[in-house]
Write a protein that binds this ligand. Structure first.
Ligand SMILES: Nc1ncnc2c1ncn2[C@@H]1O[C@H](COP(=O)(O)OP(=O)(O)OP(=O)(O)O)[C@@H](O)[C@H]1O
Length: 244
């Protein structure tokens, strides 16, 4: 198993946000987390990336326990890329400089040494002509694709995506989802929190329905979307699918 979560608990003050999450993610699998606002999707991804410490439970990456607070989180974080809804690109740097920043600093590599990989990423994401543009010269969809390239430039083993299309104009969503589909074809292990139900249904290997910090149901998208067992899952899907 690439990633294994065992009975994860997390509270903020008196608010219990994750209430016993257990989840196995296989190498190359795409898992979509769906669920109502406030169900704990973002918190789960932040805990997986060690941005927030868990209160209790275990996270295993390739059989190695990573949620141990006595470990230095930095080397583990490098193995797990995360992209957020807000692109957070540095405005005073070009797209290329944004993508090169972390690998240059952390791996101490020169621009020349990194250039073939970075050029290949821009090419793959249809951004070759935009490498030397600044973020404010790029559309939201282009900025988000640069943000994904920036995470990939660290050669992560797993990618986490937290509602990465939620801030985009509807016509720009497709180009970003296309990037996710191509990463899946490349065999990247991915966990996505998303409200893109059609994408989850058509592309994910597995869908996990979160509610009140618990996984109520999980399974193949066809099973969850067509035959949800839990009433709460059914209600949620009925509401969101009606809005399409
Ligand atoms: N740093 C924090 N401090 C206090 N409460 C927090 C913090 N982060 C999240 N929460 C609370 O945890 C709960 C779950 O939030 P989370 O963002 O994980 O949900 P979500 O499922 O990702 O929601 P959405 O779909 O709206 O992004 C919410 O009640 C939220 O207010």
């Amino acid at each position: 198993m690439k990633l294994k979560l065992e009975n994860i608990h997390k509270s903020f003050g008196a608010t219990k946000v994750l209430n016993g999450i257990s989840l196995d993610v296989a190498q190359g699998e795409m898992v979509c987390l769906i669920g109502p606002s406030g169900s704990g999707k973002s918190t789960l991804l932040r805990c997986l990336n060690l941005l927030d410490p868990v209160d209790d439970g275990n996270i295993w990456l390739d059989g190695e326990e990573i949620a141990d607070p006595s470990l230095d989180p930095q080397p583990i974080r490098q193995r797990i890329g995360i992209v957020f809804q807000s692109f957070n690109l540095f405005p005073h740097m070009t797209a290329e400089e944004n993508v090169m920043l972390a690998p240059r600093r952390i791996f101490n590599k020169s621009r020349d040494a990194l250039m073939p990989q970075v050029e290949a990423l821009f090419e793959k994401f249809g951004l070759k002509e935009r490498m030397h543009h600044y973020p404010d010269q790029l559309s939201g969809g282009q900025q988000q694709r640069v943000a994904i390239a920036r995470a990939l430039a660290m050669n992560p083993e797993i990618m986490l995506f937290d509602e990465i299309t939620s801030a985009l104009d509807p016509e720009l969503v497709g180009e970003v989802l296309q990037v996710l589909s191509s990463l899946k074809q490349d065999g990247m292990t991915m966990i996505l929190a998303t409200h893109e139900m059609a994408f989850a249904r058509d592309v994910a290997d597995r869908v996990c329905f979160l509610d009140k910090g618990q996984i109520l149901e999980q399974g193949a998208p066809a099973q969850i979307f067509s035959h949800p067992k839990e009433a709460r899952t059914r209600d949620f899907l009925a509401r969101v699918l009606r809005s399409y």
